[in-house]
Design a protein around this ligand. Structure first.
Ligand code: CU
Length: 167
């Protein structure tokens, strides 16, 4: 792709008379190429199993889900917004301590697991205290993919689909 562009450019430079035309065709070729590479990096994020354990108080709550990236290009979860909180963070857990990170990888043709004891979404300073059965809307933001709206089911405090899977 680059080699062809360089060759087109060289031809245009050597033929001054044809410069304008060559410049035009090189431009349209370029835009086709970049459209092509956008096709190769679509933003197909799907989310499953999104839930929030019923918060103990209105200070903080956790959010868990699996984000699947059907694209051949890796992406990053870069942020989360929600009507529940103006301060929604992405946390990782290391040595049983959680800490905020600015982004998390969503691998190509892979998934990012937000699960109890691991990576999670953290809602700080809740505007209300959700109860079991309610739904919390969040919007996930990615480096490349379009934002994805997700509803988290509020579950009982001990709910953990990972443990259920283990049986
Ligand atoms: Cu946390």
């Amino acid at each position: 792709m680059n080699r062809r562009t360089t060759r087109t450019l060289a031809a245009a430079l050597s033929l001054t008379a044809a410069l304008a035309i060559s410049g035009c065709s090189a431009d349209s070729e370029d835009s086709q190429d970049s459209a092509g590479s956008k096709d190769a990096a679509p933003t197909a994020m799907t989310v499953t199993g999104a839930f929030m354990p019923e918060p103990v108080n209105d200070k903080m709550a956790g959010g868990f889900m699996v984000i699947k990236n059907a694209s051949a290009a890796g992406d990053k979860l870069t942020g989360v917004t929600s009507p529940l909180s103006d301060d929604v963070e992405i946390h990782e857990t290391k040595n049983q301590k959680m800490q905020q990170v600015t982004s998390m990888d969503v691998p190509a043709n892979g998934e990012l697991q937000l699960e109890r004891g691991g990576n999670h979404i953290m809602f700080m300073g809740l505007k209300s205290q959700p109860k079991v059965g309610e739904k919390i809307t969040v919007e996930l933001r990615f480096e490349k993919a379009d934002p994805v709206k997700v509803e988290l089911d509020v579950k009982e405090r001990t709910y953990n689909p990972q443990q259920n899977n283990a049986h």
